[in-house]
Design a protein around this ligand. Structure first.
Ligand code: SAH
Length: 398
């Protein structure tokens, strides 16, 4: 792909790009782009012709350009990706907690590689391509990962709905390099986990909840824990290894619970001790209806995104209110709820308000112990609030 076109922005639209915002919408552009009918690289200039960056142009989407470099001389090729990925990985390793080998190397637009997610589990790399602009660079990306990291395997998980908006098809899961026959073992804060990089959800593990899982561990001593939407048991395992009296992991997916059991076993816990460690395949909404008040004193509620589109927000707020009301009702005084929302369309303050309403409906007075978002490797840029999606409140019934 060559740099074909120069695109000029309205004067007031240059400032956000200069400040680091990675997107240009069609209404920011003064140049006539009607002749550009293909995905391509473009150079962006201010109205008075100052160079602002190189971006990926897509004629089909309302985000017309996604910025990939601020360097006028950058050539977007294998070496470019190799250098960027190596630097990203190096910088992220500096801040990772000890004994952590599973983390996000590249967080797409927030790491100025638009539409490209790369998660690392030890030496296995799993990538996703969300945008048509990035899709063109697949082979450069694979080669760059090989050169930069000498990986044991590279897997592509572009089996994602979001690609449709970009005019792309979702792809079958593909091993692009090396052999992956089994789940990949990695560490998070010294705890061993398996990521099912071929069949698991996301890239195999929810790396974005690391900070919340650590907090959960800190609060777990002598608690009876109910881990709702447990997936592979992440929160439950932090609880179990930090002195919880019992943990019930509840998920609708048999496959997720199978890995949860393997994760517990791998860390030396006896999964046949059904009094302490439970793995329950159920729909959380049904399950909650039968839980007696006071049965648990630490509840984790980490559901899938309820607001998947803008017209679903009100419906989603009701669903979040309802489930959090149910959780709070179960808790007696001193009980703790760790509750998350990964719906990007529901902001932190919206979610706080949802919880306020839920606590009122549950007739519980509740204080906030902590608010937590995605960890630093899921880079958040202040100039780009659109990149935020995950927020968690840790609250206590008083
Ligand atoms: N807390 C997890 C991630 C949760 S992802 C972690 O830290 O790893 C959401 C999970 O909810 C998925 O595993 C999915 O299988 C499960 N799920 C979705 N709908 C459900 C329902 N109605 N009842 C129970 N589990 C559900």
């Amino acid at each position: 792909m060559e740099k074909l076109h120069a695109i000029r922005l309205k004067q007031q639209s240059s400032a956000p790009v200069l400040a680091g915002h990675p997107w240009v919408f069609s209404n920011a552009i003064i140049s006539d782009t009607s002749q550009i009918n293909e995905v391509c690289l473009v150079e962006i200039f201010s109205q008075d012709n100052a160079f602002l960056g190189i971006g990926m142009f897509n004629p089909r989407t309302s985000i017309k350009v996604r910025i990939i470099s601020k360097d006028k001389n950058a050539v977007i090729d294998k070496e470019f990706f190799e250098k960027r990925l190596f630097e990203l990985d190096k910088r992220k390793k500096e801040f990772l907690p000890d004994m952590t080998t599973g983390y996000r190397v590249c967080n797409a637009d927030s790491d100025m590689l638009p539409g490209l997610i790369i998660d690392r589990y030890e030496d296995t790399f799993v990538f996703q391509i969300h945008t048509a602009g990035m899709d063109v660079f697949r082979s450069d990306i694979v080669s760059a990962i090989k050169e930069a990291f000498n990986p044991s395997a590279i897997v592509e998980r572009s089996d994602i709905e979001a690609r449709k908006q970009e005019g792309l098809l979702d792809l079958p899961v593909s091993v692009r390099f090396g052999d992956v026959t089994e789940k990949i073992k990695f560490k998070e804060c010294g705890i061993t986990f398996f990521a099912d990089v071929l069949k698991g959800q996301k890239t195999g593990f929810f790396l974005d909840q690391r900070d919340t899982r650590r907090k959960c561990g800190e609060l777990s001593k002598e608690k009876n824990v109910m881990n709702l939407f447990s997936y592979s048991g992440g929160f439950g395992l932090y609880s179990a290894l930090n002195g919880a009296s019992s943990v019930a992991n509840i998920d609708i997916s048999e496959q997720a619970l199978k890995i949860a059991k393997e994760n517990f076993s791998e860390n030396g816990l006896n999964i046949n001790d059904g009094k302490k460690w439970q793995f329950i395949c159920a729909d959380v909404f049904d399950y909650l209806a039968d839980v007696p008040i006071g049965a648990y004193n630490l509840i984790i509620c980490d559901p899938p995104a309820f607001a998947k589109s803008n017209d679903k927000i009100e419906q989603a707020k009701k669903a979040y209110t309802d489930i959090n009301k149910k959780c709070l009702k179960i808790l007696n005084k001193g009980g703790i709820l760790i509750t998350s929302s990964c719906s990007g369309r529901l902001g932190l303050e919206d979610f706080r308000n949802v919880l306020k309403i839920a606590s009122g409906k549950a007739e519980k007075d509740v204080r906030v112990l902590d608010t937590i978002t995605a960890p630093f490797d899921h880079t958040e840029r202040l100039c780009f609030p659109e990149g935020r999606y995950l927020k968690t409140f840790v609250v206590e019934v008083i």
